[in-house]
Structures are given as C-alpha cells and as structure tokens.
Design a protein around this ligand. Sequence first.
Ligand code: FES
Ligand code: FES
Length: 158
Amino acid sequence: MKIRIIVNGVERELEVEPNELLINVLREKLRLTGTKYGCGIGECGACTVHVNGEPVLSCLTLAVEVDGKEITTIEGLGKDGELDPIQEAFIEEGAVQCGYCTPGFIMTAKALLNEKINPTREEIIDYIKGNLCRCTGYVNIVKAIQKAAEKISQRKSK
Ligand code: FES
Ligand code: FES
C-alpha cells in the first residue's frame, strides 16, 4: 500500500505492508533510529512520537493509520542546529543514563509542555507515567521537565 506522510517537515511517499508498524517504517525505511523499540506492547513509551502533534506509541500504530498525517520524531525537535529546550534540560539535569528511554520521555514531555506551559510536579509525574526508565529513578527526569518548562516560559516572555 502506498502512504504519504510528512516526517519532521519532509513529505515522504512510501510503500508499506498493511500490517507494518510505524516504528519499523521510521527506524528501518527512513533510518530514523532515535525512536527506540523497547517492549513492543505499549508498556514502556520508548517508541513515542507525535502524530499531528499528539503523542502516540509507534509500536502500536500501523503505518497505514498515519497516511496523510504529520509525524515528528526526536530527530525533528532541534531547530537550526540548536537543541530543543527539553533536550538541553535533560543534559543539564543529568536525566540521561543509558539513554534508551530518553527519546520517548522527551517526546512525551514535549507533548505535555505544548499542552501546558507550567505543569506542576504532580502533573508532570502523571503525564509521564506511561514512560519507563530502568536507570535514573525518574527524579532527574522530572527536574529536567520542570527546567525545560522554565526555559520555554523565559524564551516566550522575551
Ligand atoms: S516499544 Fe512501544 S511502548 Fe514499548
Ligand atoms: S536512562 Fe536508561 S532506561 Fe532510562
């Protein structure tokens, strides 16, 4: 089947199988390997991408379902050679250890901060509950998202 999608701002026309998963199209056909394959059953959040601005688990999404839609992956967040403020904050707060969960957390955090510029700590914890990290203990991830929210607010007020 032929699908047409916009991935990180670039239009792509692809041949996919009816049962082909979005994560496999991204990683194997488009070589966008920042999106990680963790559990494959919707439990870890490592495969989170945005479809038309909403966070979606690409391991549970068929490629044909996203025909005509806009996909953003972790590779599409930085602009003009600059990291996204969430990426910066994850580095500054030491929220990355092995890094396997990190793209998924950042895409989830991006969706949260698009919805709400100043979430409370509790709102952050609630929003990221579908993302699992085996290394960090989550404390620095939550701090990083709080710091990213501050950075975004400061940049908007300039
Ligand atoms: S790989 Fe998709 S939720 Fe775990
Ligand atoms: S940093 Fe290793 S799983 Fe999260």
